[in-house]
Write a protein that binds this ligand. Structure first.
Ligand SMILES: COc1cccc(N2C=Cc3cc(S(N)(=O)=O)sc3S2(=O)=O)c1
Ligand SMILES: [Zn+2]
Length: 260
């Protein structure tokens, strides 16, 4: 907005708002410098329990496409890892680039991936609803998974083939019986740090859990992400690409690893 321009803060073309919030001390995404991460032997294995029946629908919100889950009970949740409580699955979505040279939000030793998956969960032990948890420290836990170009991903194909029906902003399609654990790498290793949402409201309420190993998807599958549009039906066509936030300063934070 104008205040950002007055403060000469860089304004990201996508949001017309500052890309770092004034006073933000734990913003995301960040570059994970492998050698600076600290192995924490007290970190437990992450426990992931997803029930495919909780899958509701897929929709285009004008920034990315997301799959939302029924979160009125603890049917799909994660626990363990760096988490003190159960965190219920609310939605997952992706960030990607116009070409395979960039697209991810987090980077590892400054390496950028073509895309990144985010599985968004909220602390159902401490908060009554997702909306409440979003605004509170330790309210959310987001698992980040890097995507790289390689073999065809059969689980992802179930999402890809539905994308044409949500080409435009604010279109929605029923989507059920999908188990998002098929999108997780088999390797249990992860990094974890305290950060924020990477799109407005940018609240500093996220425990990030970034998987060390990427998953492989093929060129055609990623190309299908790029056929989506930012705009509503009838408006000028704007391909949905480059929907990632620039890297944010570490501000003295420590990134812990679950592996040595
Ligand atoms: C204010 O309550 C609400 C209501 C509905 C959605 C949201 N969200 C906004 C941004 C946002 C960004 C995420 S990312 N890229 O860091 O994983 S996750 C997420 S969200 O919590 O779903 C917040
Ligand atoms: Zn995201």
């Amino acid at each position: 907005g104008d205040s950002a321009r007055l403060l000469c803060l860089p304004v990201h073309p996508l949001w017309q708002s500052p890309i770092t919030i004034p006073g933000g001390s734990r913003q995301s995404p960040i570059n994970i410098q492998w050698r600076d991460s600290v192995y924490d032997p007290h970190l437990k294995p992450l426990e992931i329990r997803y029930d495919p029946e909780t899958c509701l629908h897929m929709w285009n919100n004008g920034y990315c496409f997301l799959v939302e889950f029924e979160d009125s009970t603890d049917k799909s949740y994660i626990t363990g890892g760096p988490l003190e409580n159960n965190y219920r699955l609310k939605q997952f979505h992706f960030h990607w680039g116009a070409i395979n040279e960039w697209g991810s939000e987090h980077t590892v030793d400054c390496k950028v991936f073509p895309a990144e998956l985010h599985l968004v969960h909220w602390n159902s032990c401490k908060f009554a609803s997702f909306e409440e948890a979003v605004m509170e420290a330790n309210g959310l836990a987001v698992i980040g998974v890097f995507l790289k170009i390689g073999a065809h991903h059969s689980g992802l194909q179930n999402l890809v083939e539905v994308l044409p029906s949500i080409k435009h902003k604010d279109t929605l399609v029923e989507f059920d019986e999908f188990d998002p654990s098929c999108l997780l790498p088999s390797c249990p290793d992860y990094w974890t740090y305290s950060g924020s949402l990477t799109t407005p409201p940018l609240t500093e309420s996220v425990t990030w859990i970034i998987k060390k190993k990427p998953i492989e998807v093929d060129e055609d599958q990623l190309e299908m992400f790029r056929m989506l549009l930012f705009n509503s039906f009838g408006d000028e066509e704007q391909r949905m690409v480059d929907n990632f936030r620039p890297l944010q300063p570490l501000m003295g934070r420590t990134v812990r690893s679950s592996f040595s």
